[in-house]
Design a protein around this ligand. Structure first.
Ligand code: GRF
Length: 197
């Protein structure tokens, strides 16, 4: 049974989808920690309500000292004996110092069809480009931002009149399907990619 630490920064809707999925019979993983860089992240209370251990390492007191923040975060994750990490709406860039020891054991969901639109504001960028479709990607985390091996993608149509908010909501709905499907395979050691629909 793989022990999964989930890192969030906000509401944690992807985290909740992962918790709900891992609660299903026969799932090869179990959540051991939900942690955030923001002690006020709403997702922490939602995880605690489901009986999952939660904690936070506020990144703000560390200022520009990313290594010190990451050392605290690593200690917290290690204290919960995690076997792997899921980044789920986690909005801090992690350095190679944190990422490399987790190589092959840390995954992330990004709201675009990578390699298109790494970074932020992906929905607005897809609309500006006039893309006919958009979507989300789950990938292994490497030191390069939003760049690791792709483990799954889900596509949605872009529709006339879409705003970034409307498109983001359509993508988020697919994120909640894609991420659990990928985690179930990945935790069982199966790296075959998941393509949705
Ligand atoms: C989502 O768009 C996700 O793709 C991105 O963060 C946003 C919020 O995710 N990584 P969540 O609701 O906090 O899971």
């Amino acid at each position: 049974m793989k022990r999964v630490a989930i890192l969030i920064s906000g509401g944690g809707s992807n985290m909740l989808a992962l918790l709900d999925s891992m609660a299903e019979a026969g799932h090869p993983a179990t959540p051991c920690l939900v942690a955030s860089n923001d002690p006020e992240a709403a997702g922490l209370a939602r995880a605690a309500a489901r009986g999952v251990a939660t904690d936070a390492v506020d990144h703000r007191p560390f200022g520009k000292d990313r290594a010190a923040f990451e050392a605290e975060l690593q200690a917290l994750i290690a204290a919960h004996d995690a076997d792997m990490i899921c980044l789920a709406g986690f909005m801090r860039v992690l350095t190679a110092g944190f990422v490399t020891p987790w190589s092959g054991r840390m995954i992330n969901i990004h709201p675009s069809l990578l390699p298109k639109y790494r970074g932020l504001h992906t929905h607005a960028r897809a609309l500006e480009a006039g893309d006919a479709e958009h979507g989300c990607t789950v990938h292994e985390v490497t030191p390069e931002l939003d760049d690791g091996p792709i483990l799954g993608q889900a596509r949605v149509p872009v529709k006339p009149g879409d705003t970034p908010e409307i498109l983001a909501a359509r993508v988020l709905e697919m994120e909640h399907k894609l991420y659990p499907a990928v985690l179930r395979r990945f935790a069982a050691g199966d790296r075959r990619p998941v393509w949705l629909p």
